[in-house]
Design a protein around this ligand. Structure first.
Ligand code: ZN
Length: 223
């Protein structure tokens, strides 16, 4: 069920009070419009009627796609300790309440920023699995290990049987693209599966570049 509330929110730039619709839950089956709004970076983003600046609302949101068995919990937060506290709390309450039993075969993801939310939706929309795409990102970034710490990889699109990633270099302030054949994706997906990676969740998971790196360490002997 998609749920919203009307709230008055102070603009972080000019202090003006704006009447805003805050979405706490978005279920894709209820309204494709809401999903489109997320992908256009419009949902839970306020445009101040006074100064016209945009601000992300500091509210959590749950994204649920029943058909794809995908649920993403988005909690905007930038403090690393606070992130882990929210994540741990959520996992515990999910197991204790028994709610976890309603989401067998699901992928349950926990993200803290809007870009990650959008990327996860796109990855699963394209029929890909993010555990594999995060490993692919690590493999791409490790091609130039001395620059890896300055770079961020993001899923772009699938074209001509290749997966395209966008690589942003923060130091050089440059964008690159990197392509990987779908056949390599499938090979790595299978190797990860053989090494014990599960393509469904038993609780909320954080699947990011660090997760990809840890998977890669685990299967290094067979890749
Ligand atoms: Zn303002």
């Amino acid at each position: 069920m998609s749920i919203n509330s009307k709230q008055q929110i102070k603009c972080p730039y000019c202090g003006h009070l704006n009447d805003v619709t805050v979405w706490s839950s978005v279920t894709v089956e209820d309204s494709m419009d809401l999903k489109d709004d997320i992908l256009k970076r419009k949902l839970n983003i306020m445009v101040c009627s006074n100064c016209q600046k945009q601000a992300l609302l500091p509210h959590s949101m749950l994204y649920h796609d029943k058909q794809k068995k995908l649920m993403i919990s988005f909690s905007p937060c930038s403090d690393p300790a606070e992130k882990m506290r929210i994540f741990a709390e959520m996992k515990t309450s999910f197991s204790k309440s028994g709610e976890i039993n309603n989401f067998e075969d699901y992928n349950l993801r926990f993200v803290w920023n809007y870009d990650d939310l959008m990327e996860k939706i796109l990855i699963f929309d394209k029929g890909l699995h993010d555990k594999v795409t995060e490993v692919l990102k690590v493999l791409i970034l490790m091609q130039e290990p001395e620059k890896a710490n300055d770079r961020i990889g993001v899923f772009g699109k699938i074209e001509n049987d290749e997966i395209e990633f966008l690589i942003r270099d923060k130091k050089e302030q440059q964008f690159y693209t990197s392509r990987i054949p779908m056949s390599s994706y499938e090979t790595i997906k299978e190797q990860l599966r053989l090494s014990g990676v599960k393509y469904k969740s038993f609780n909320w998971e954080i699947v990011d570049i660090d997760y990809g790196a840890s998977l890669l360490r685990g299967v290094n002997n067979i890749l």
